[in-house]
Design a protein around this ligand. Sequence first.
Ligand code: ADP
Length: 403
Amino acid sequence: MALMDHTLESALNDFERLAALEKTDLLDTPPEEAFDRLTRLASKVIGAPVSLVSLVDDKRQFFKSSVGLDEPWATSQEMPLSYSFCKNAVHSRADLIVEDAREHPLVKDLRSVDELGLIAYAGIPLIDDDGQALGSFCVIDTKPRVWTDREIEILRELAALVMTEIQLRLRVVGLQEIDRMRSELIAVMSHDLRNPLTTILGSANLLIRRAEQLTEAQSTSLLEAIRDQGYRMLQMTEDLLARSKADTEEGQMRRIPVDIAAVLKRVAASFKLSGRSNPIDVDTPESAVIEGDEGMVEQILTNLVDNACKYSAPESPVTIRLRDEGSAYRVEVSDRGIGIPEGVVSTIFEPFQQVNESRDIADGVGLGLHIVSKFVGLHGGEVEVSSRVDEGSTFTVRLPKDL
Ligand code: ADP
């Protein structure tokens, strides 16, 4: 590490670069033919004894593929950074061409020069679509060597092929994730949307076929069931729509002044009309303006209040408090409902996660809190929950005033 200057160290430690590297899912994986073919080809065509696909993290270089390395490096597939030429290509994000390492200021002190006799190096940085340098594709010789333009050109083409391979894998993973979400969505829709629909159709049929035999109270209760289940389906559909909106890039969200106090009062009023009987107590200053997307703020508050009502007894009170915290506003939505077992609190913000017992309440699809955390995140805020089983839950959202 003594060899590393400060800017090199901070480039290697860069959080986004390391995250991009992690996302490739290639670190600490065995060699694969797709990459080995390219290192073999580089060594053969360029006539260099060593060729590497080297991924550089903050502590070592990992060889996804290597030709011509001695043991233990060939088997361990990694080397400390004190040996690494490639880290310099990652840092400069430019080709690193070295004819004689013993005379090159950047690499003359590397342990690989002295100990392994690696003398000439030509490396091309591996840069992903987002501009992150992941490592390098390189050839190395054990004697001084002038690399020709043609050899460097071949190396660049092969490095581009390595990157194509990495990007294609990333795309496949992305598509698999979309596919998984889609199957989950279909399963959820067929299960959770069918239930209220069955009630609606059953009640409507009774009202049509048995109208004369029903008392007024019975008819009213069937109509109420239709309204309540219709409302729930609407809520679920909105969750599903909001879920696709949740993938909105930050740049696409609106940034206008939003009065959270006004949105809160509107949300509370609409709950009173929706057939929910929980008393809702709203404690808020006159106005509370942040910069953000009004639709998203409304969705955040609606989902939290909806859950507070849904997971408590019909007459159990729900409290909403809004407080000014200086640079942010804090909103607390509290209920005295069923609570959330400690062991599952960390999962409830993930899509389609529902605590077993609450599935029976069956008027959600398990997306509400996922949407809340996505939208709060897009506003640069945070959401947390404190809860006790059978006593109730408080969800706290902090939204910064300025985005
Ligand atoms: P759902 O559509 O199931 O309500 P959410 O994403 O909104 O989905 O919530 C995920 C799970 O978290 C719920 O299924 C429920 O188990 C739990 N949960 C959310 N809010 C509360 C609350 N206020 N009280 C108790 N449990 C809650």
